[in-house]
Design a protein around this ligand. Structure first.
Ligand SMILES: Cc1cc2nc3c(=O)[nH]c(=O)nc-3n(C[C@H](O)[C@H](O)[C@H](O)COP(=O)(O)OP(=O)(O)OC[C@H]3O[C@@H](n4cnc5c(N)ncnc54)[C@H](O)[C@@H]3O)c2cc1C
Length: 391
């Protein structure tokens, strides 16, 4: 598939410098060479292609925020992270692996890990050899993180980990999992939780089946089980009792990443639909020329332009190191709900063809649905915004 220009719907953006434009071009070229042709096969395989990932890492597209001596580029500028996600979306590719590794796991491994931990894990992370995952959600606790029941009990130089996690992205192949566990019996106290790094191969760490999803086929999602896993104290991430605070801090950036993907994904869906409605005729005229279609598309394009500006404002805040969690929560809710309205209207405009898997819009529709759920559901996002209003 050719790169889509999005010229028809893009608002002028002011947050990028020439070095970002150069980076965007090289990301786009790399994805067109190394990803586009394989995307359908990756969807069938249902997981990340490690050979591709190593190539992406060799280009400097994985873990580039890490210090140079540990394989990164020392590049702390979220605009580069956003560009990777946007360029995937612009080519109809799933951005999830870049989002998960760079945007979600990066801060745990780079900011929270101590020097000894960084030396152990960052070289593999930046070379693409080590895939990381994060295990917060459990069968009995998703939105309500204080309901986590996985426990880590101190026993000498180890924590003994028991419990399970579900819906874990990259769970089937992760080499390292950040696991949120209860290290204190205080029921819902924020200091009751800690983060432990569980490594593939540790005795008692088992993976369940790969979960069958509606969409996002090339990302695997799995259940994880911990049965008396002895995790050395050296694998505690941050201080004991700081787990919830660190999760909350990093969730703002995760929500920004989901929003970046939502806006870019919606722009792509709208763009392919504009092409379609100019071409497809009914009653002797292109379907895009019916006033009802024109107005729907005009409204969505305008909403997308304004969502893009709000997203860029949050990207700038993240670059400056002051992304506000309330602002990020509102952004996630607004952009993912908009993405859903866009893809659903775009599928409708494709008529019956939109319901056929061979049409790209059907994939966009399937993949978009979960954006309103993971990283914190829309309802929880509005709760956060509501509390920010003092309500
Ligand atoms: C494809 C996929 C990938 C994921 N990847 C990961 C991952 O890598 N790591 C990880 O830890 N988790 C992951 N998740 C889990 C995801 O974050 C949770 O699914 C999400 O937080 C919602 O939790 P839940 O599914 O338990 O729903 P529940 O918490 O049971 O919520 C069900 C419904 O109730 C609503 N609700 C809950 N509380 C309230 C409230 N107070 N007010 C109003 N409504 C409320 C919710 O909005 C939702 O609509 C993933 C999920 C999916 C589907």
């Amino acid at each position: 598939m050719e790169a889509i220009s999005c010229r028809q719907i893009l608002v002028r953006r002011t947050i990028f410098a020439p070095e970002h434009d150069d980076f965007r071009q090289s990301v786009s070229g790399f994805l067109q060479r190394e990803a586009v042709q394989h995307h359908d096969a990756w969807e069938s395989d249902g997981k990340l292609d490690r050979a591709f990932w190593k190539k992406a890492a060799a280009q400097g597209f994985v873990g580039f925020e890490a210090p140079e001596e540990l394989g990164g580029l020392g590049l702390r500028d979220y605009r580069f992270n956003a560009i990777l996600v946007e360029e995937c979306c612009r080519l109809g590719l799933l951005p999830d692996h870049f989002m998960l590794q760079n945007d979600v796991l990066g801060p745990y491994l780079i900011d929270l890990a101590n020097a000894e931990q960084q030396a152990r894990w960052l070289p593999g992370f930046t070379s693409g050899d080590l895939i990381a995952a994060i295990g917060m959600s459990e069968p009995g606790a998703g939105s309500d993180l204080r309901g986590i029941s996985t426990t880590a009990k101190r026993d000498g130089d180890h924590y003994v980990l028991n419990g399970s996690k579900t819906f874990i992205s990259s769970g089937t192949q992760a080499d390292l999992v950040v696991v949120a566990a209860r290290t204190s019996s205080e029921a819902r106290a924020s200091g009751a939780f800690s983060l432990l790094m569980v490594e593939g191969g540790m005795e008692g760490f088992e993976r369940g089946r790969k979960l069958e999803k509606i969409g996002r086929g090339s990302q695997d999602t799995a259940e994880l089980f911990f049965n008396d896993v002895r995790v050395p104290v050296e694998n505690l991430l941050g201080d004991e009792g700081s787990g919830l605070r660190n999760l909350m801090r990093n969730l703002a950036r995760e929500r920004l990443a989901v929003a970046v993907a939502a806006v870019a994904g919606a722009e792509f869906a709208l763009e392919i639909t504009l092409e379609y409605v100019k071409d497809r005729k009914a009653f002797g005229t292109p379907i895009g020329s019916f006033q009802v279609s024109r107005h729907h598309l005009a409204q969505l394009a305008t909403e997308l332009r304004s969502a893009r500006l709000y997203t860029d404002r949050c990207i700038e805040a993240e670059v400056a190191g002051d992304l506000d969690p309330v602002e990020a929560a509102g952004l996630k809710a607004l952009t993912t709900e908009l993405q859903w309205r866009v893809v659903d209207r775009c599928l409708q405009l494709h008529g019956g063809y939109g319901y056929m898997n061979e049409y790209e819009i059907s994939r966009q529709w399937r993949d978009a649905r979960v954006q309103r759920i993971y990283g914190g559901s829309t309802e929880i996002m509005w709760e956060i915004v509501g509390r920010g209003l003092g309500l």
